[in-house]
Write a protein that binds this ligand. Structure first.
Ligand code: FES
Length: 125
């Protein structure tokens, strides 16, 4: 087993995590949510930086944004997770909040290998 493989933790088969789905796994006493966002895989700590809520159990959704005065429209469908405790919204791709831009949740790199999804736990994405 090479050094790269040692840092990888298996999540599931790629076919078992379809676009829009989330899988929560426990890795070394840490809960991590793995998301399939339009065919790309991302992993976030399941711990909201606001007040410690189970962020990754939240709804995967989009967000409404103001395009112009008196004009709001829906954007980024499937790219946002909304914390179930107080509804802060997070960009699944970056871990940054839309609600409070100075705050973010820890991210982990994902790796696809031999038909399976892995999390690289030693490094942030
Ligand atoms: S704990 Fe997540 S928004 Fe408050």
């Amino acid at each position: 087993m090479d050094d790269l493989v040692k840092d990888l933790v298996e999540v599931c088969a790629i076919r078992d995590l379809q676009p829009g789905q989330t899988k929560i796994v426990n890795v070394r006493n840490r809960s991590i949510g793995v998301f399939n966002v339009h065919g790309e895989y991302f992993a976030l700590a399941n711990l909201c930086p606001h007040a410690g809520g189970p962020l990754c159990k939240g709804q995967v959704t989009g967000t409404s944004m103001a395009d112009a005065p008196y004009s709001i429209s829906w954007h980024r469908s499937g790219e946002i997770v909304r914390c179930p405790w107080h509804s802060w919204e997070f960009d699944i791709r970056t871990g940054k909040t839309l609600t409070e831009p100075t705050r973010s949740v820890r991210t982990f790199k994902t790796v696809l290998k031999d038909g399976r999804v892995y999390i690289e736990t030693g490094a942030s994405r």
